[in-house]
Design a protein around this ligand. Structure first.
Ligand SMILES: Nc1ncnc2c1ncn2[C@@H]1O[C@H](COP(=O)(O)OP(=O)(O)OP(=O)(O)O)[C@@H](O)[C@H]1O
Ligand SMILES: [Mg+2]
Length: 456
């Protein structure tokens, strides 16, 4: 652009100078013509004395004056400063002076001088010298015009090649830009691929770790259930046998006492009642540890017993609406434990007046919910050390279901679990898959976990 602008400026200047050259040539031509005109009129006046010649003579001189001024402003500097111009001006003023003298002589009526001027060769020679000088000036102006024209062509070429070079440079820059953009895009996509690979690796690591943790949680939950069952068995077999034997012994001692031993009889009666209370407490603890009612009486009856005992213990009214459901033993235990933990929480925190426990049977799933009208809580802000709701969620999700905890401070709470119903075949497949996963993980694990029974 700079080159183009510069050549344009110079070409404009050169064209102006060409114009000046032309103007100078035309002006010199005009001057010659006017001078010839003035001379012929001056001669006419000198020969005839007719004043009619004076007017065109004066007009031609005035015109010469104007043309000289024009030449000063319009001719190129080289022409104006040249020696040819100096001689041209000198010759012109000499000629004008000679003509003015002849006219004055004629006006002063001195014909001899006039005749001398007119008949002598002085005027003719002056005129010839003037014409030669004018030709020299014109040639000089033409030479300048030719030089300037060549300069214009040169500038046009410079502009042309400059433009071509500029366009080539622009193409080259564009090519570089496209190349660079492609390289950047490729680097970008390589980076993206690397990031994606890294993300995939991390995701699979997270999935693997989550699966291991889920497995571990399942195992721990199973271990807890096994331990509870073991404790229940021990309490039933050992403590139960001891308490029953003690009761029998008391009955035997009582039957062998004399009739008048009233005081001892009363004490033995008291001991029997205490033993009965102990047996009832043992039963309740065993039932809490492993709800035998679940396998003996079914889920609905077990929940009835659980809620009734809770109502008796806590003094909170419990309303139940329990439909018989068709679920596997594990899912029934999940529901039982959910209701158990929800009621424990209500007893501990809710300060509720009324609790609803519902169990509904749908085609593909069963839904259990425990609702209270207590103080409520924020499920998103649970204490770090609490495990009840987390364990509940884990149990429900391990059974393939979903747990929802809805509560707000001051607006009661509702815990509900949805457990899918599976066919016997699906249950078997799931159990097989879970045991296969556990077996694999035991093999992979550096310190294998020992099942509680084996540990015992
Ligand atoms: N029905 C409820 N009414 C009011 N607050 C509740 C209710 N259920 C749970 N919460 C609040 O939610 C918290 C978490 O309950 P969660 O059962 O998970 O733990 P926890 O009962 O505190 O301890 P853990 O069950 O492990 O012995 C409780 O500490 C209690 O503040
Ligand atoms: Mg709890």
């Amino acid at each position: 652009m700079w080159l183009n602008e510069d050549t344009h400026r110079r070409a404009t200047q050169t064209l102006l100078e060409i114009q000046q050259g032309h103007a100078a040539r035309a002006t010199v031509n005009m001057l010659v013509r006017r001078l010839v005109e003035a001379e012929s009129n001056q001669r006419g006046y000198a020969l005839t004395g007719d004043r009619a010649y004076l007017e065109p003579y004066t007009a031609a001189l005035e015109s010469i004056d104007g043309l000289l001024k024009q030449l000063n402003t319009r001719a190129p500097r080289e022409v104006l400063d040249s020696d040819a111009m100096l001689s041209f001006r000198n010759l012109l003023s000499q000629k004008i002076g000679e003509m003015a003298l002849t006219v004055r002589m004629r006006q002063e009526d001195r014909p001899e001088v006039v005749n001398f001027v007119v008949t002598s060769n002085v005027g003719l020679e002056q005129m010839r010298a003037f014409s030669l000088q004018a030709d020299a000036l014109i040639a000089q102006a033409e030479a300048i015009v030719a030089t300037k024209r060549a300069e214009v062509f040169r500038l046009l070429n410079v502009s042309r090649f400059g433009l071509a070079a500029g366009v080539l440079a622009a193409f080259f820059a564009f090519f570089l830009y496209v190349n660079q953009t492609r390289a950047l895009r490729e680097a970008d996509s390589r980076q993206k691929q690397l990031l994606e690979a890294e993300r995939d690796a991390l995701e699979s690591q997270v999935r693997e770790r989550t699966a291991r943790l889920t497995e571990l949680a399942n195992y721990l939950q199973q271990a807890v259930e096994d331990e509870r069952a073991h404790l229940a068995r021990e309490l039933h077999d050992e403590l139960g046998a001891l308490l029953t034997a003690a009761k029998l012994n008391v009955a035997r001692v009582k039957s062998k006492l004399p009739k008048d031993a009233v005081d001892v009889t009363e004490r033995l009666q008291h001991l029997t009642e205490t033993l009965n209370q102990g047996i009832a407490l043992k039963r309740r603890i065993i039932e809490d540890l492993r709800p035998s009612s679940l396998s003996n009486l079914g889920l609905v009856a077990s929940l009835e017993i659980l809620t009734r005992e809770f109502a008796d213990r806590s003094g909170i009214e419990v309303v139940t609406a329990l439909e018989p459901v068709d679920l596997d033993a594990n899912s029934e235990l999940t529901i039982y434990r959910l209701v158990q933990e929800a009621l424990t929480n209500i007893g501990k925190y809710a300060k509720a007046n009324k609790v609803h426990v519902n169990l509904k049977n749908y085609v593909y799933h069963a839904e259990v919910s425990v609702t209270d009208d207590g103080v409520g809580f924020d499920p998103a802000d649970l204490p770090q050390s609490s495990h009840g709701l987390v364990g509940m969620r884990h149990r429900v999700e391990a059974s393939g279901g979903r747990l929802d905890v809805n509560s707000q401070p001051g607006r009661g709470s509702r815990v509900s679990g949805t457990i899918p119903r599976r066919s016997a075949k699906q249950q078997q497949e799931l159990a097989a898959a879970v045991s296969a996963m556990s077996a694999d993980s035991y093999k992979a694990s550096p310190a294998p976990l020992t099942p509680p029974d084996a540990a015992r």
